[in-house]
Design a protein around this ligand. Sequence first.
Ligand code: SF4
Length: 318
Amino acid sequence: MNVTFKVRRYDPSNNGKGEHQSYSIDVDGDTTVLDALTQIRDEQDGTLAFRGSCRSGFCGDCSMRVNGKAKWTCRMTVGKAEKDGEISLEPPRLVTVVKDLIYDQETFMFDKYKAVKPWIEPSGPVPEGEYLVPQESIRDIQRAMSCTLCGLCDEGCTVLVVDKTFLGPAALTKAYRVMADPRDGKMGRRLRDLSQKRGMWDCVHCFEATEHCPKGIDPTDLIFAMRDEAIKRGIGPPRVVRHHDSFAASVKSSGWLDEARLVIETEGFLNPVGLARLLPTALRAMARRKAPIPYLHSKRKGADKIKRIFKKWEATKK
Ligand code: SF4
């Protein structure tokens, strides 16, 4: 089949100007996009710059946007990628491009990766000889172990688009990998670090990271797990802990959420300034029947069953 590749070019020596360049090739539909790109470089333009390493879905080095969506090009065939005989290729959105499709991974990801201290820090003396992860913990760690740090989850993240300083799902996945390891003894400190500004609490759980991960990792779920652990240890930001507690208390007592109570309790009774700030909006919303009157919240049918579920769950935590 004849396919035209529209490749985003960027030449730092050309005043940093980027432009699209088209290359047409005859190629089999089963050829990977990465192999087709290599063919273009070998046969038509030796100046075309891109990365590709393992070529078989292990390293993630060949990540780029194919028709606007971030992909591993070694795992995508031309037949699947082409639309009306065309394929567009661009570097990821959030990166600093070095040349054409090559970008600076240091600033994109590695700095954040280093920030989560991705190494085991035992709390006591390490036993002599092999120091293996016990079998019963392996399954949990495996949820994050196959991460190749390709960054596609960061590329899909809806928070990083508006705030590049957010730690991002790739680094948080690594943080989980280390924290869930029973040989590490710094969980408390790690959770406190991740609870700083731009840390795990900035995730808006849009699940785009999960959608984007080619290794089937669920970074959003790992972030949830770390947040749960932080709340259990009383480490989460006080406002978040209050929000969490109020949400659960409301559902436990009435079977559904009292949204007005949630707002008040999240802000905190000891925060009159915060509550006063919310008052005009709350009164306007209540006048227009857009917000319920707090604490005047009828019980839902079946609320007692929900309360029993809560009690059973609470008993498991003792
Ligand atoms: S979690 Fe998945 S998408 Fe994110 S860096 Fe790891 S392998 Fe890539």
